[in-house]
Design a protein around this ligand. Structure first.
Ligand code: FA5
Length: 358
């Protein structure tokens, strides 16, 4: 028998076989297996094609066309059978027993609760609301001028470097602190003052901020709470008063606070705020071993100061007529202290084994 006749007869047999197999398939998986057995790399058709090289040259075009027609036939039949199986599956589902979507599930999921950072955030906002501060939101994607320039950051300040901030382009970035809210709220206040209202404002704002930081106490995304108060004759004494009232409400009556001189371009004078370590006390004689405050007795919670005249100027307020204070704190740090969490990453890994402990 010539190679051409051999191919013709094999194709004929394969044709009968695949039609029977395809139409007998009762599942898509079975149908696909039959298809692969025929057209797959090591399939029956490949074996037949191996004979092509022995076909006489004048016969090749005819045999080639036969093979192509066979392949097309397989594809069409396969597609039709797939459709048939899908249709059958749908019919079976429609005519089967209905199921009750309102029944309770078999798997039980534990009840969720607030994330520790959000609990602490709400507690902080609650304390300041009681002290008379209104809470507002600010955008996380911010203009460079609201995040830096209007807050009197000099253009070459290291915080504005590519290494320190996440930039979208040279004008827009992810805010590096919540102090952008000061700028936005003071600009709104300036409009109201121009319309004859008194220059008075007491605002807190909490939310996510972003920096190129990464270690056990620094995360690239973290949370801050900003607070500021503007009026005609605000002094640093009021700032101290508000922050001590805050510390006593957060950590209990008698909790001490202290200011250490510090520098932020948008306040003058500026200070770091520390609260007395809540994990140890000299009276109990345990301070020397406290790892949280490194035996200093104080924990740093944030920065603060009197609003710099340049910030008033940049936001349209008159530094001769208005005064104010501002402060900002890291919420995640306060959450770590509150719950004794040693690594900030644990807060954001979203591992239920960790989060369910709070
Ligand atoms: C500021 O961001 C100032 N905007 C705060 C301020 C507001 C000062 C108003 C004066 C007036 P600072 O960079 O120190 O300051 O950050 C404030 C707090 O955020 C820090 O004390 C710390 O608790 C927290 N913090 C800073 N970087 C990170 C970080 N990468 N991960 C977690 N917490 C951080």
């Amino acid at each position: 028998m010539s190679a051409a006749s051999e191919i013709e007869s094999r194709l004929q047999n394969l044709g009968t076989q695949f039609r029977e197999a395809f139409s007998a398939a009762t599942t898509e998986l079975q149908l696909r297996a039959d298809y692969a057995k025929l057209l797959g790399k090591k399939g029956d058709l490949t074996a037949v094609l191996a004979l092509l090289r022995d076909v006489a040259a004048e016969e090749r075009p005819r045999i080639g066309a036969l093979v192509n027609a066979f392949r097309a036939d397989v594809e069409t039949t396969f597609a039709n059978e797939l459709k048939r199986l899908a249709e059958q599956a749908l019919q079976a589902e429609l005519s089967g027993l209905p199921f009750d979507l309102s029944l309770p599930g078999r798997l039980s999921f534990g009840r969720g609760h607030r994330h520790p950072v959000l609990s602490v955030r709400d507690e902080l906002l609650g304390i300041f609301r009681e002290l008379g501060f209104a809470s507002v939101d600010g955008p996380e994607v911010e203009l460079e001028e609201n995040n830096f320039t209007k807050l009197a950051f000099p253009p070459d300040h290291p915080a504005t470097d590519m290494q320190d901030s996440f930039w979208f382009n040279n004008k827009v970035l992810l805010r590096t602190h919540t102090s952008n809210v000061q700028v936005r709220e003071m600009m709104k206040l300036a409009t109201r003052v121009a319309a004859g209202e008194p220059p008075r404002l007491a605002v807190v704002s909490a939310g996510a901020v972003y920096r190129r930081d990464d270690d056990v106490t620094h995360s690239p995304m973290f949370h801050q709470m900003e607070g500021f108060l503007i009026d005609t004759a605000v002094s640093m004494a009021e700032l101290r008063g508000v922050l001590s009232a805050f510390a006593e409400r957060l950590y209990g009556p008698g909790t001490p606070t202290r200011f250490r001189p510090s520098y932020f371009p948008f306040v003058e004078p500026g200070a770091e705020v520390d609260v007395g370590c809540v994990f140890c006390s000299v009276e109990q004689g345990t301070r020397s071993s406290c790892r949280v405050c490194k035996a200093t007795g104080w924990l740093e919670v944030g920065g603060c100061g009197m609003v710099h005249p340049d910030v008033f100027r940049h936001t349209g307020l008159d530094p001769e007529k208005v005064t104010g204070f501002a402060f900002g704190m890291g919420i995640d740090r306060l959450a770590m202290l509150r719950y004794g969490i040693p690594n900030i990453k644990l807060l954001f890994d979203n591992d239920p084994r960790f989060l369910s402990q709070f």
